[in-house]
Design a protein around this ligand. Structure first.
Ligand code: TRP
Length: 332
């Protein structure tokens, strides 16, 4: 069975954009691959962050992932597998400084730091983070990494580092990881469909996966449909977005039916919104119930994740032993 690795940073609520864009894919991939899914808390320290929130965010994300169907045995917490940072150090010595400064995400994020903090504190961690990401991937010798556009360059770097490592030690040791492209829907903000759904834009711009029914219905009811500046003959982004949500929720028959109405010019937006809200509510009810169940016995889930992290760690430790041997470090 081929191996998949993916990881996500612990930062607050999970919204429908995260769920449909990435997490749902994680759930589906579990059927076909051996999956390693990391909650990468070391990565969450690369941007200014609140110390008091990191640990709770980590456990909350774990709970949310399990609630939507990620198997606990596939999950691990990065800081419970310290070999990631150990291998990251070694990879630092196989990666050029220039290549890191050219990463587009580094350039974008260093500007963001300036804007939000009004200071120019850009940590070495932010620059170095793609090297740690490389370690995340290679330490499990992952065949595939499900990627979105924003992570392509980092995966390219991982392949470069693997190649440089292999040629330096004179052995095809690391597998070059391949991107795994999956069509995932891009969900937009219902309050401003010109933007993608995201937390950074503010509360009304995202729908929490664990919102209660009333909140979801309210948010869909107030969704912007047509801002009025859509060119004739094309569908307004807000309407596209509602159709996208219906389809992503698996309501294909309803989707096609409403699309016929749209094409015939007889679609009523209230009906479109009604179906969107119904589809989302039906989708999230089991998630919310599962989350309640998990929260009723937090210790059990924590124990499971500590256990799965220590299982995963065995794989990482084996890789580290081999790597140390290859690069001339001591194994005692
Ligand atoms: N950099 C990714 C992000 O910001 C998270 C991440 C860390 C990751 N390590 C990874 C993704 C390894 C895929 C593989 O979204």
């Amino acid at each position: 069975m081929k191996t998949v690795l993916s990881a996500i940073q612990p930062t607050g609520d999970m919204h429908l954009g995260n769920y449909f864009g990435a997490v749902k894919n994680w759930v589906d991939l579990q059927e076909k691959y051996k999956c390693f899914y990391g909650v990468v808390d070391y990565h969450a320290m690369t941007m200014p962050y609140q110390v008091s929130k990191l640990r709770t965010n980590t456990w909350d994300l774990i709970t949310n992932l399990v609630a939507v169907g990620v198997k606990p045995e596939n999950l691990f917490i990065q800081s419970l597998v310290p070999e990631h940072t150990e291998l990251g150090w070694i990879f630092n010595c196989f990666c050029s400084y220039g290549q890191l400064t050219r990463m587009t995400q580094f350039k974008d994020k260093s500007v963001q730091v300036n804007e939000t903090t009004k200071e120019s504190f850009i940590s070495v961690g932010l620059l170095d983070y793609p090297v740690l990401q490389t370690a995340d991937i290679l330490i499990y010798k992952a065949d595939y990494v499900p990627v979105g556009k924003d992570q392509e360059q980092h995966l390219e770097l991982a392949r470069d580092i693997a190649q440089r490592f292999n040629s330096q030690v004179g052995k095809e040791y690391f597998v070059l990881p391949e991107p795994l492209y999956t069509e995932t829907p891009k969900i937009r903000s219902t309050a401003d469909p010109s933007k993608k759904m995201s937390k950074s834009a503010g509360e009304k711009h995202y729908i929490n996966v664990f919102a209660d029914e009333a909140t979801i219905r309210r948010q869909i009811k107030s969704a912007v449909t047509d801002s009025g500046d859509t060119p004739a003959g094309s569908m307004a982004e807000g309407i596209q977005n509602l159709f996208e949500l219906i389809k992503a929720s698996g309501w294909n028959t309803e989707h096609d039916h409403l699309m016929r109405d749209y094409n015939a010019g007889s679609l009523k937006y209230v009906d479109l919104k009604q179906v969107t809200a119904d589809a989302l509510v039906q989708l999230i009810i089991p998630f919310t119930e599962k989350k309640k169940e998990l929260n009723a016995d937090k210790k059990h889930l924590k124990d499971q994740i500590k256990q799965s992290s220590s299982e995963v760690r065995k794989v990482a430790q084996q890789t580290m032993r081999e790597v140390k041997e290859l690069v001339g470090l001591l194994n005692v």
